[in-house]
Design a protein around this ligand. Structure first.
Ligand code: FAD
Length: 337
């Protein structure tokens, strides 16, 4: 893996609340739990354990939130890939267990933002947009599931016309609005959770790539300049973690990129997203977008590209964005990136 890199250049990195500067690991340390990776998975685990009195040490190769957690769409959407299959393995209670899991993350995010006063531009409201008739059928099924489980937030199906009114595009044939989903600044959430864990006694080491793990009753996690011996080790390195051979075959890295416009005028923003909703389409190679707190359009999508040249990413995503919102290409002042 690439080691010890600063945050990738992004809207999120440019608007971060705090530039973290946790010292690298030096010497030998002892912990109840050693967590590898300080993205959402690692920081959330550390905070959860710290709240319950565990002594947690977190080793991060780069910076807190350096990976996917600090550069994603920021959309909070209930749903787990392969829900039905998971439920079928869990017996009679399977469906309700999976339904609870689906929304548990939302509750955790709400609660932590309040408890630890994390400033991360949290907004509620989301549109699941439909491109094909089968997407409408899926949305109808989702609506019925929300009804069945007495989902406590506003939700409703929107016609093609209502969808066009709410997000200023004719690209979709309908949508399911769900005010229980939402969006936020993911890097600030991740850094806020890390700060909260540290306030409860967790130790975080940045610029400390784990080179190997010595397995056993008391596993030892080893970096270039030190080690942490722990009762348990949690691997939270996402697709970047290559030290454990066993994990390699079970991970499938997928790429996705996001572009950000310059801040839109109030009129431009009102024309495309007056309710400040997060929006995502249901395609496997999906597109998703939302406004940032300073009214930029953050537009994300997959593209067949594995480099990191911003101009190449722009070249692929700008036409996709203008296909949804052609008015941004001819607006005055023109929208720039
Ligand atoms: C462009 C994009 C858009 C997305 N949009 C959304 C969205 O809108 N909503 C949503 O819910 N999800 C979204 N996702 C997915 C989401 O971001 C990820 O599922 C989530 O961030 C994964 O968190 P993580 O902590 O597991 O991994 P990461 O955030 O990737 O963190 C892993 C960390 O582990 C560290 N690490 C790896 N190996 C080592 C090692 N050997 N030693 C020490 N540290 C190590 C890395 O440096 C990294 O910081 C998106 C992802 C991308 C890429």
């Amino acid at each position: 893996m690439n080691q010890q890199q600063p945050h990738t250049g992004s809207y999120y990195a440019a608007t971060v609340n705090e530039i973290t500067d946790y010292a690298p690991l030096r010497g030998t340390q002892r912990a109840d739990v050693c967590v590898i990776g300080a993205g959402f998975t690692g920081t959330s685990t550390a905070l959860y354990l710290a709240e319950r009195g565990y002594n947690v040490h977190v080793l991060e190769a780069n910076r807190v939130g350096w990976g996917a957690s600090g550069r994603n769409g920021g959309q909070i959407i209930g749903g787990i890939s392969g829900e039905e299959k998971i439920a079928s393995h869990l017996g009679a209670e399977g469906e309700s267990i999976v339904w609870e899991m689906r929304w548990a993350g939302h509750a955790i995010i709400r609660e932590r933002i309040e408890t630890y006063n994390i400033s991360c531009d949290l907004k509620w409201g989301y549109l699941d947009v439909a491109i094909k008739p089968r997407h409408i059928r899926d949305q109808q099924a989702e609506l019925e599931a929300l009804q069945k489980h007495n989902f406590p937030y506003e939700y409703r199906l929107l016609s093609r016309h209502e969808t066009a009114t709410i997000i200023g595009t004719n690209a979709y044939i309908g949508a399911l609005m769900n005010m229980g989903n939402g969006h936020l600044h993911p890097l600030n959430l991740c850094i806020g959770e890390a700060r909260a864990a540290v306030s409860l006694g967790t130790t975080i080491y940045e610029q400390s790539p784990v080179l190997r793990i010595e397995h056993g009753d008391n596993p030892r996690v080893i970096t270039a300049d030190g080690s942490v011996t722990a009762d348990m080790v949690m691997i939270a390195g996402n697709a970047y973690h290559f030290t454990e051979k066993k994990l390699r075959g079970s991970m499938f890295p997928v790429n996705s990129f996001i572009i950000a416009t310059e801040p839109l005028t109030a009129t431009q923003a009102n024309a495309i997203n007056p309710q400040d909703l997060a929006v995502c389409d249901p395609n496997f190679v999906l597109e998703y977008f939302r406004l940032s707190a300073d009214r930029r359009l953050l537009f994300g999508g997959r593209c067949n590209y594995f480099g990191n040249d911003p101009e190449a990413i722009k070249g692929k995503l700008v036409p996709k964005m203008l296909r949804i919102f052609p008015q941004l290409g001819r607006s005055s002042p023109p929208v720039s990136l």
